[in-house]
Design a protein around this ligand. Structure first.
Ligand SMILES: O=C(O)CCC(=O)C(=O)O
Length: 358
């Protein structure tokens, strides 16, 4: 029996997996939801998303989807699993844009599905274990590696994932630049700091999407942000005065971004941020974009960043050859992604790959 799932008036049946996948690439996310009971109804939270092509071929039964909405009921008949195509609203509302502009951050709950976390966790382990084979993690210093190489395909796809690059376009312009997807094992507290300077002649700026793989709260390593500190007056005031208060990290007035696995915190990298009480081996990942500089001053600021960011890998205790191989793979763009090529061309022009290509 041919079953179908409706997507904006279209219907799909068994064997239509390629077409389903092309929808996912454009703007749809697919959810695969195991059903415990047969012939009943189940609730699907559309905040969850999965997009793994191989699953389609394994999941031979596609059901009707009823009532597209935020939480929906789907009818299911005689099968133990179900594929649903959901259109996730990846566009920020005006209110979210204003929140980000004013406070410097936004939190997206359950942007990753539990199925995606099942891919993220082993890729995370593999990326760091193989990169630091020469010095296995012993809790004395942070391990950090970029995940844009062939061995971590899920992480490597994230810069081009619409969940990240579409909001970035809204916040930093259509031509914003995809920079980094990385994974980290943090050790204990992180002191207060901004990632970028606020003066555009000295540095560029952009957004970091950060997600933790364990639940984190106020007492165990959640990201703390000082709202509005991406703006010059507060940013500079903190640079000048924060240390003078002699406050513990946790006593500085701040917003604590409690999070569960699957949640993502997006913040302007000029914001002052820190963490408190975190465990040794706090697993955290990021996806980062920069604003494409416009005008000679911003370009000069971005070129300075390019020179400084070449030092990053040296400070991570990672053999340079490992970093170079990962980045060279990304820059080679074997997949022929147009979007990525545009980023690469502009980043090369700005000097971000000088150290790789020297
Ligand atoms: O999670 C932490 O300890 C801090 C994260 C951080 O400083 C960063 O991502 O820049």
């Amino acid at each position: 029996m041919r079953k179908s799932v409706g997507v904006e008036g279209e219907s799909f049946g068994e064997g239509d997996f390629e077409r389903l996948e092309s929808y996912r690439r454009k703007s749809f996310l697919l959810g695969s939801f195991p059903l415990e009971s047969i012939g009943s109804e189940t609730k699907v939270n559309t905040g969850f998303s999965v997009g793994i092509a191989e699953q389609y071929s394994q999941t031979r039964n596609i059901m009707n989807v009823l009532n597209i909405g935020s939480t929906k009921r789907v009818a299911c008949s005689t099968t133990a699993s179900l594929v649903v195509v959901l259109r996730r609203n990846i566009t920020l509302t005006q209110q979210q844009v204003s929140h980000f502009n004013t406070f410097g951050f936004l939190i997206f709950r359950q942007l990753f599905s539990s199925d995606e976390l099942k891919t993220i966790n082993p890729e995370f382990e593999h990326a760091l274990t193989s990169a630091y084979r020469h010095a296995p993690f012993d809790g004395t210093y942070r391990h950090w590696v970029r995940t844009m190489g062939p061995e971590t395909p899920f992480f490597a796809s994230l810069l081009e994932d619409l969940r990240f690059c579409e909001p970035t376009k809204q916040l930093y312009g259509e031509d914003a630049l995809g920079m980094v997807s990385d994974v980290n094992r943090y050790v204990g507290n992180t002191r207060w700091h901004p990632d970028h300077r606020v003066d555009p002649t000295e540095d560029c700026y952009g957004v970091k999407f950060a997600y933790y793989l364990e639940p984190v709260g106020a007492e165990n390593g959640a990201l703390r942000l000082i709202p509005g500190s991406h703006k010059k007056t507060l940013h500079d005031d903190l640079r000048k005065n924060l240390d003078k208060f002699g406050l513990e990290i946790c006593d500085v007035p701040a917003y604590v971004c409690e999070s569960e696995p699957g949640d993502v915190v997006a913040f302007d990298m000029r914001c002052w941020h820190a963490s408190w009480g975190g465990a040794i081996d706090r697993r955290m990942c990021t996806v980062c974009y920069y604003k494409n500089p416009s005008g000679p001053e911003e370009e000069a600021g971005t070129r300075r960043r390019a020179i400084n960011s070449a030092k990053g890998p040296d400070n991570s205790g990672l053999p340079f050859s490992i970093h170079r191989d990962i980045m060279s793979h990304w820059v080679a763009n074997h997949e022929g992604s147009e979007k990525r090529q545009r980023w690469i061309d502009r980043e090369r022009e700005l000097g971000f790959f000088d150290y790789l290509e020297a």
